[in-house]
Design a binder for this molecule. Sequence first.
Ligand code: IPD
Ligand code: CA
Ligand code: CA
Ligand code: CA
Length: 260
Amino acid sequence: MADDKQLMAQVKQWILEAGEEVKRKLQDPLIVEQKSSRTDLVTNVDKETEAFLVEKIRSHYPADQILGEEGLGDKPETTDGRVWIIDPIDGTINFVKQRENFCIMIGIFEDGLGKLGFIYDVIKDEFVYGGSGTGVFLNGSPLKQIEDVPLSEGLVGVNGTMFVNNYMSTRNVGLASSGFRILGCAGLDFLHMFMSRQCAYVSNLAPWDFAAGMVIGHALGLRCSRLDGREADIIGERVPFVIATPSAYEEIQALVIAAG
Ligand code: IPD
Ligand code: CA
Ligand code: CA
Ligand code: CA
């Protein structure tokens, strides 16, 4: 079996290849379908990108389990062995409406432990990847541990619906920060965290939205969990989720608890 560094290099190449295809396909009309509602879209590119990545994983690592947002992987019931979690296009609505502000994400876990994460902003060509064992890189340059910025001194990314409804104190968190931002792409919020452009991100996320970000975040000294403080389950349901610097994380927990 490939070691973590070899695996990182291999998966990085697959994602770069997938990104080239995505850029090429953006020149053609997209086939857009609704999933559960008019704000929950999927395109041919989401499905084709997932199919490409699933095929690569299956042909090289047939014993591994795959959880993909568009359902082309497996339905893992345990986290035993190696589990790959794929979000082929994160920020599909941005992808459809803006043709930018989306990314490709993969998280790799072994027996439930985060090994490697990959987040690739295809249009900006910003690619962050790695884990605790390998170190984390931005386009080949090592990223350092993140400075522990308090909530009052950093920007916070929020989920728009949670913010508007002050769900679990999300609006209070935004108002206690230097400013709140709504990007519509979890992966971009994670990239902002890793590049020290914001100190926290609060959203409602499925495993494929947070898997890669959680692995990389832990490796860079960030804290992340469900918003109520419980551990996030990588094969579980969509949950309110937070990633933050250690100080901002404590302050956010206090605001969530204070609101009951
Ligand atoms: C969505 C985006 C969005 C977040 C949603 C996700 P998708 O992912 O990351 O920012 O608020 O919770 O579902 O469906 O575009 O991959
Ligand atoms: Ca989706
Ligand atoms: Ca997503
Ligand atoms: Ca997606």
